[in-house]
Design a protein around this ligand. Structure first.
Ligand SMILES: C[C@@H](O)[C@H](N)C(=O)O
Ligand SMILES: C[C@@H](O)[C@H](N)C(=O)O
Lengths: 160, 160
């Protein structure tokens, strides 16, 4: 594949807000991000998969310190948008693998996911870009997860 | 926020496979990527949000040329994993905005999503990394979507 995995890193200062059943129509994503922006909350990961029956789920991660604020933003959004509800979880960590030439990163993703599977670590969320594959795992398993991908990709113990 | 949006680009050679209701337990993501890897299918976007009731949805994008192959991989996976089913859609495009310092990219995401909302363009999927926000939109609206974000971020008509 011509891909070089240059590093892996884990971020434990993450908390998740999962908005469930938001209307899948133009303007909703903008309203959601607007809610967090107006409270000066930095959003890291934003994940939305395709909807079913006109309703979509959107998850965002914020720093743990911002979670109380983010929670109240989410509460208000659920009411304003008529969403089904939301969940929060601060027991998470984000693990990322960085590589060059990852437009064809099927093999890298498979190796990363297999390494986690072999440790019995469940993958809660996945988000990718050309150079990075990020997953959300249980925070208590973050160190084990990082070591697993370091081994799988033969990396030294250094971020990126 | 100290963020500079350096460019935007759209990729029309994209087709989506959405696997629905896959078991949310270790090893599943690895099996899914293994299925595509063994058929030499390049996967671009991988999106998985948190599960509900022990079932997760995972979407992947592939090139349009790979869709027939990817579809048969998906059919087999649904059977092997006991998933609920899958959907395909080749009528999509991926629009990305790239910036520097996007760890706090709430404002950039809001501006991007608002620009699309103002054109009545529905956002089907969202995936982010520190330097990039990618959305999937209807392929027929791809050019309009790119122009909207170029205007919103005052960009010239050049990718990245
Ligand atoms: C769900 C949300 O992304 C919606 N489809 C929008 O375009 O804003
Ligand atoms: C759904 C899938 O990501 C599963 N949680 C896994 O770890 O493989």
């Amino acid at each position: 594949e011509g891909i070089v995995v240059s590093g892996a890193a884990v971020s434990k200062d993450e908390a998740k807000i999962a908005l469930r059943g938001v209307p899948d129509k133009p303007g909703i994503a903008a309203s959601i991000l607007g809610g967090f922006a107006s409270h000066n909350i930095n959003v890291d990961v934003i994940i939305q998969n395709t909807s079913e029956a006109g309703l979509a789920d959107m998850s965002l991660t914020v720093s743990k310190a911002d979670l109380p604020d983010a929670r109240s933003v989410a509460e208000a959004l659920v009411v304003d948008l008529g969403a089904s509800g939301f969940e929060c979880d601060e027991n998470i960590a984000k693990l990322s693998v960085v590589g060059i030439g990852m437009r064809s990163h099927t093999g890298v993703a498979e190796r990363m996911f297999s390494a986690l599977a072999e440790e019995g670590i469940n993958i809660q969320m996945i988000s990718t870009s050309e150079i990075k594959i990020s997953v959300v795992v249980d925070e208590g398993l973050a160190d084990k997860a990082l070591m697993a991908v370091h081994r799988a990709f033969d990396l030294q113990n250094s971020p990126f």
